[in-house]
Every structure is written in structure tokens, then in C-alpha cells.
Design a protein around this ligand. Sequence first.
Ligand code: PXP
Length: 248
Amino acid sequence: MQKSRLRLGVNVDHVATLRNARGGAVPDPVRAALLAVEAGADGITAHLREDRRHIIDGDIDRLMAALTVPLNFEMAATPDMQAIALRHKPHAVCIVPEKRAERTTEGGLDVAGNDNALAAYIAPLRDAGCRVSLFIAADEAQINAAHRIGAPVIELHSGAYADAWAAGDWAMRDAELQKITEMTSYATDLGLEVHVGHGLTYDCVTPIAALPQVAELNIGHFLIGESVFLGLGPAIAEMRRLMDAARA
Ligand code: PXP
């Protein structure tokens, strides 16, 4: 089987986190996005949270104007966010669960428990031409529900896998990797496109990148952190190299 190139989406949220720590204009997430593309990113991901703690509305306006690669717009399933997405019509919309108190997106979306509401929610986004993705756990019931409501793409949450790796819990790491492996095949057989994201690092990316059916990885926090030491371009280029080596 010809292996397809694994796409890298670089999430620039935490460039905005750093900017917002001082409330000014720098560092600019749009500048980071353009550099990321030069360094090998196939797309840019940005999460407009309801509390605007990192990316703000003006960043989305500027990303839409500046980017020549797809923007993956992450958002909670709220009416306000739907209106913003419909105004911009980004290439992709990734629906994520959002809790105000969480530091980051902690779990996957409960599609199985909300399928009627989510089906109605994503329909206008699909009609507007956005590729709708649902951020879910590697769980058969959630995948079945995503398929049932007509989402073309799912993104599997790799947070537990990455946490197990960081903690040196190899039994948990292997169990999480097995779930992601099996559920990637299961979802692909249903006709869904599979992305994976959250918590991925140089250490733990290879086994995920090696899964031939995974179409895209979305990586943010680690890359922005690593760029403090290496510079953003080299940090991304190293991730790209590891992903390509895993696919070779
Ligand atoms: N994918 C989704 C759906 C996310 O919500 C996030 C975090 O915003 C990421 C990928 C990137 O995760 P990280 O910043 O841990 O690499």
C-alpha cells in the first residue's frame, strides 16, 4: 500500500497565551503561523475559547486573511462560535468540549450522548463547506455516533497516551496506544478521516505517526515550548522529520 504523507497541523494558541500574559501585541500568533508553514506545517490550528484566554477574535480575522494553508478552527459547540465559524468559513472546524475551569481540553466530546443536538449543530457548518471534525476519545460508541451524525472527520484525543508516556507508565501507554490503533482502523473502515492530537511530543509521536491510516496530527503546546530553546522553525522541522521517519 502506498503510504500517504501525514499532515502536521501546528496549533498556535500558546503563542497567544504568551502575548496575553502582557496584554500587548507580541509575540504574534499570526507571525508564528506563517513561520510554521515555512517550517513544514500543512495547516494551522487555533482554538477560540469562550473566555478568549489565548486566541482572540482578531487573531482569527488575521489568520483567515494571511494563511495560504488550511485553518483548522477549534471551538465549542455554542451558538456564538457557530456564528463566527459561519462568518469565516474556515477550511475545517473541530468541535471540542470546553469547560471554563480546565487548563486545556481535558476529555473528548460526548457525541454518543448528544447526537441529535450535534447533528443539527454541524449541519450548517457542513453546508457552508467547512470540513467538520469531532474531538473524541478513542471509543467505539463515540466513533459510531460521529459516523451516524455525518461528521467526515474525527480527531482522537491522545492526552492519556501522552500523559502515560511522560509518567513512564508503560502499561498504560501501551493500552492507550492499542486503543488509538484499533479505533483508527475501526473509524477508517467506517469511512471517517482520522486525526490525532493533544500532548504529542518528540518522545511519543513516533508510534502514532506510524499508524498508516492517520491523516493528520495537531500539535501545539510542546512545539511552542520547544521553540524557546530551538526556535520555532527548527522545533517544527524536527517534529516533521520524526513524523516522516515514522511513515517511511
Ligand atoms: N487537538 C485538539 C482538538 C486540541 O484541543 C488541542 C489543544 O488545544 C490540540 C490538538 C493540541 O494539543 P497540544 O497543545 O497538547 O499539542
